[in-house]
Design a protein around this ligand. Structure first.
Ligand code: SF4
Length: 393
């Protein structure tokens, strides 16, 4: 069997791993043993898996692979956040960001190299689109984070307690691979995360939202960003296909299927002079009046390719107060990891853009950025304080 044809066990969800091992004549418990070694203990060397018989370990080594994606570099921020640049098999680079907070540690993972949806305020969208990440490339982000942080079983490092699909890409456009990775995140034999602590964030891919019903019961975040269709059509072009009313209805149906009192998160990026007026806050409050949810306001994080600006602190405060006075539960996202260009909406990686979007932007003179393909954090942004460790392996 050639190396290229070997199944990569790190990217097999519990059902697929069990099926593969059964096809090799093994009992289902072998899959649980393997998952514990790989995902709970971080072991990739079959020889070290001492509760698996020697002859089967040798067969696994011959016929399968355990290959997480490669880390290109690591960047540590002063506030404890860490960003990893991870190379994909397609030749792009994507980003994963760890954000510690109290006893919690949230890992923001990418699901695609680039994004086809091209939201007007999003750094990832400006990179164009290359490819869907494989399950191994998605789960590899949490595997690497736990290894780098020394937080595998028996490790003394900070835990990864939460995973949010808020990195590069639209997770519901890579549905099957994302769901297989989610299954591993929830499995007690792998990462054992609570379903309430894994969040899929979507810009509103309705067919994907419908497929989520009955397939998973993890938390849901909806990237809304505007209180009406006219404005949302500008900020999130996907809205022209799936307008707000249909999106909220589909999100509500997913949540009500869960049969528990769980509310989706509504994400709203506040952009100065665009969607941060008092009238927008009042309109948003009216829109969400009968829609149980929590609202997360995200002050826009500025980057080179767009002229949007972050609102003032007073304007953010006014917006928040109007929503709270209307009875909504509102949080304002604190900017973290700004010094390593890992704040929300800043993730860019280095995408082998198949859409030529970036090229078209440059031709039209819309971008002040070079097309050199350098990662965002290495573009000489004056705010950078990253300390790349160069952990390429
Ligand atoms: S905000 Fe999300 S869906 Fe929109 S372009 Fe960026 S990554 Fe894609």
């Amino acid at each position: 069997m050639s190396t290229a044809a070997k199944p990569n066990l790190i990217g097999l969800d519990p059902v697929k791993l069990t099926a593969l091992l059964e096809s090799m004549g093994e009992k289902p418990y072998r899959a649980r043993q393997l998952m514990r070694w790989v995902h709970r203990r971080g072991v990739l060397d079959f020889d070290a898996m001492t509760d698996i018989g020697k002859s089967f370990r040798e067969r696994l080594a011959r016929e399968t692979a355990l290959a997480p994606p490669e880390i290109v570099s690591r960047h540590d921020a002063d506030d404890g956040c860490v960003k990893w640049i991870i190379r994909t098999a397609s030749g792009s680079a994507v980003e994963a960001v760890y954000i510690p907070e109290g006893g919690r540690g949230t890992l923001c993972v990418s699901s695609q190299a680039g994004c086809i949806l091209d939201c007007s305020f999003c750094a990832t969208g400006k990179q164009g689109f290359d490819s869907n990440l494989t399950t191994a490339e998605i789960i590899g982000q949490i595997w690497h984070a736990r290894r780098e942080l020394d937080s595998f079983e028996d490790g003394a490092g900070p835990p990864v307690t939460n995973v949010v699909f808020m990195g590069m890409g639209e997770p519901l456009l890579n549905f099957d691979n994302v769901m297989d990775a989610v299954d591993l995140m929830l499995s007690d034999y792998a990462y054992g995360l609570s379903k309430r602590r894994v969040t899929i964030s979507t810009a509103g891919v309705l067919p994907g939202l419908e497929r989520m019903r009955g397939r998973t019961d993890v938390a849901l975040a909806v990237s809304l960003h505007a209180p009406n269709d006219e404005l949302r059509n500008e900020l999130v072009p996907l809205n022209k296909k799936y307008p707000i009313a249909e999106l909220l209805e589909a999100a509500g149906e997913y949540m009500s299927d869960l049969g528990e009192s769980r509310d989706p998160l509504i994400e709203y990026t506040l952009i100065r002079g665009v969607n941060d007026h008092r009238k927008h806050a009042r309109e948003l409050a009216a829109l969400l009046e009968d829609f149980p949810c929590k609202v997360n306001l995200i002050p826009f994080n500025e980057f080179n390719e767009v002229s949007y600006r972050r609102p003032s602190a007073s304007s953010i405060g006014n917006f928040r107060k109007i929503l709270q006075d209307a009875g909504l539960v509102v949080t304002v996202r604190t900017t973290r990891a700004d010094g390593i260009a890992a704040a929300c909406g800043q993730l860019t990686g280095a995408v082998r853009d198949q859409t030529r979007r970036r090229e078209r932007m440059l031709r039209r003179g819309e971008s002040g950025a070079s097309s050199s393909g350098l990662i965002h954090s290495e573009r000489g942004d004056s705010r950078q304080t990253a300390r790349p460790r160069g952990t390429a392996r």
